[in-house]
Design a protein around this ligand. Sequence first.
Ligand code: ACO
Length: 462
Amino acid sequence: MAEEQAQRDDGGGLATARDTLTVTDNRTGETYDIEVTDGTVRAMDFRQIKVAEDDFGLMTYDPAFMNTASCRSSICFIDGEAGVLEYRGYPIEQLCGQSTYLEVAYLLIYGELPTEEQLDEWVFEITHHTFVHENIKKFVEGFRYDAHPMGMLLATIGALSTFYPDAKNIDDTLERHMAAVRLIAKVPTLAAFAYRHNLGLPYVYPDNDLSYPGNFLSMMFKMTETKYEPDPRLERALDVLWILHADHEQNCSTNAVRGVGSSEVDPYSAMAAGVAALYGPLHGGANEQVVRMLERIESVENIPGFLERVKNREERLMGFGHRVYKNYDPRARIIKEHVDQVFAVTGRNPKLDIAVELEKRALDDEYFTSRKLYPNVDFYSGLIYEALNLPTDMFTVMFAIPRTSGWIAQWDEMLEDEETKIARPRQIYTGARTRDYTPIGERTQLTDKPTAETHLIDPAAG
Ligand code: ACO
């Protein structure tokens, strides 16, 4: 059996002795050759390792997927040590310098840059699907005035599945294409409706004459003018920010989209799962924390004291550090270049001086350099959002808009992968085993649960 495993090679050829891992089970003295492919061993190859015939077999334990590849993917490449990010092999710097978000969305989903004709058609399709059904507008109106815009986005994206029931035909490539077009086209509309709902302002319908980011700015900020004319510098800065946020391999929300999508649910429901994951403060919420940190620091003079508090672990330097990047996050470098262009339009945000000085001092400090802590994508993006006059609640929504294309690309890839099965992890059971039911009169209290008396008496609290 072990020998058989050593012979199997998914790459097509025979595995050589060098492509295997020899494992000795000290419980039994048995030795197994486990195949190594792409620097990886398959967890299922360990199932053959048993102490008895009726043993389930050895499992691997990896909470949070710290060292487990969950799929094969050809969409996004990251070299965290070198600070490299590529989409489909194209360096992020080149894409931000020469491409547009919609072109990048096409690249992510269809795998290659479009020809001019393909791009024109793609942009036309997206532009002409930006409107949402009027009932969606009513749906948004039903939220409380102070509803979080991410909550509204999550609900409305999920609700789209009821407007496009044919999207459940996920084996139909045309349906998949239409879902991609509709999602990329409508997410900015839903985001802008959520923003204007919070402000009590009338919703602004999409303007098909404008670019993708220009139309978003119009839906957000148009007031009494007959036609909104976006500042081209803001349009470009937004487009670049969206290219930067479009995909980032198997992050928490992408994993959520793949996990939920593996049940073969429709794409709108799978994307809603992605929005839910992104909503969490450990994922999409760090840019907001950077702005709050800069507010707390207040002035450049307070930076040394703040950094001391970070080193004493009383504070965390938000927007620094990354699980994968152990070098300057390439996205942070690009965003920094666009900050000045935005401030040329909006006026300089005084927090920028604090941010620049903070970065300089941290990069000069052994505490941060020895831990390979560099600015990440969130260090400067919040300042741009703030300069655009966006409330902090909208920051994560600004992340969700471009990540939609990455989620779709990853969902599509998952559906095409012949190894895809419904995602269903194993567990190590730690609870009680078979015991007899105790009649209620014979029980002693063994558990405490939180009481929620206020919820019982306050109808507003639901
Ligand atoms: N400020 C101060 N110290 C830090 C920071 C930070 N921002 N980040 C890491 N460290 C320190 C840790 O205390 C630890 O020090 P130690 O070895 O002396 O204990 C060391 O650096 C290693 O840190 P870990 O926590 O092991 O790194 P991990 O990979 O688990 O965490 C994370 C990465 C969560 C991003 C972390 O760096 C962090 O909290 N950063 C601030 C929040 C942030 O900016 N998040 C956005 C990330 S980008 C994105 O998600 C889009």
